[in-house]
Design a protein around this ligand. Structure first.
Ligand SMILES: Nc1nc(=O)c2c([nH]1)NC[C@@H]1CN(c3ccc(C(=O)N[C@@H](CCC(=O)O)C(=O)O)cc3)CN21
Ligand SMILES: CC(C)C(=O)C(=O)O
Ligand SMILES: [Mg+2]
Length: 266
């Protein structure tokens, strides 16, 4: 399979299969996900929760994001690498966003940046896009707004909120966004948003009618035992597998079974 580019991002339907995205934060897992056939490696600011152990994504810094984006870029061969702009690194002004996005691309090696928000971000999306920085928008449950939203709640349940989501998706598309993430909205609302724009909409907790799906890596692998939203399907019992494996290591060291002759030098 050839490398996916920003221009290769497409809507699903007809003979186009949905896009598959997963978060990645390091070289080892980026390689594995790329080899498994994932289209998009998203260096998410969710690393604040699943890598750093914070309660929210808010403490993640631009330096953290640059570092993890670099690690992921080194592990990728075919997938598109997209990096989140972290809280504090883009909302002040389009110029601040440009500075931060340029670091993620130049130092981190990603091909696209993602930022959260609708109307207030339209000017910033246009500013970046006009300066050759491909942008992915993010609407619905925007975790950087957790304190404004009053928790991690499904968004767009009222008719007014649903209509606003459709409008904001169209505004971001007009501003030049090349794709959107839509998080934690009722499937019917996600369907309407998806059919209202010509750019791919990648859902997480947004039902089956989006142009693609994204999951947090540690959720998909069953490794993360904190917050477990209903959409976070676990494709393996990673936590159990890791505890069993390391339990075996503990037992063998304590019993003297490891290291054996084949693990030792003469
Ligand atoms: N590991 C991980 N996976 C994620 O998908 C994820 C994170 N962390 N951290 C940031 C956000 C938070 N996410 C969430 C969390 C919960 C719901 C959710 O379904 N909330 C319920 C109510 C939960 C409650 O209030 O107890 C809802 O019906 O709104 C949605 C998205 C998704 N994101
Ligand atoms: C889940 C995705 C969309 C994200 O923004 C993240 O992982 O930070
Ligand atoms: Mg994020």
């Amino acid at each position: 399979m050839s490398a996916l580019t920003v221009d290769g991002l497409h809507k699903s339907g007809g003979d186009r299969e949905p896009l598959v995205a997963v978060t990645a934060y390091d070289y080892t897992f980026a390689r594995l996900a790329d080899e498994a056939g994932v289209d998009i490696l998203l260096v998410g600011d969710s690393l604040g929760m699943v890598v750093q152990g914070e309660a929210t994504t808010l403490p993640v810094t631009l330096d953290h994001m640059v570092y993890h984006t670099r690690c992921v870029s080194r592990g990728r061969s075919r997938a598109l690498v997209v990096a989140d702009l972290p809280f504090r690194a883009y909302k002040a002004s389009p110029a601040q966003a440009l500075d931060s996005a340029a670091r993620l691309m130049a130092e981190g090696g990603c091909e696209m940046v993602k930022l959260e928000g609708g109307r207030p971000m339209v000017e910033t999306v246009a500013f970046l896009q006009e300066r050759d920085i491909p942008v992915m928008g993010h609407l619905g449950l925007t975790p950087q707004s957790v304190h404004q939203l009053g928790g991690y709640r499904v968004q767009g349940r009222s008719p007014d909120q649903a209509a606003a989501l459709v409008e904001e998706a169209m505004d971001l598309e007009r501003a030049g966004a090349r794709a959107l993430v839509l998080e934690a909205v009722p499937r019917e609302v996600a369907r309407r948003v998806t059919e209202s724009v010509d750019i791919p909409v990648i859902g997480i907790g947004a039902g089956p009618d989006c142009d693609g799906q994204v999951l947090v890596l540690q959720d998909a692998l069953g490794l993360f035992e904190g917050l477990q939203p209903r959409f976070a399907k676990r494709y393996m019992d990673g936590a159990g597998a890791v505890r069993d494996a390391l339990g075996g290591f503990c037992r063998e060291v304590r019993s003297g079974a490891f290291p054996a002759d084949e693990h030792s030098f003469e």
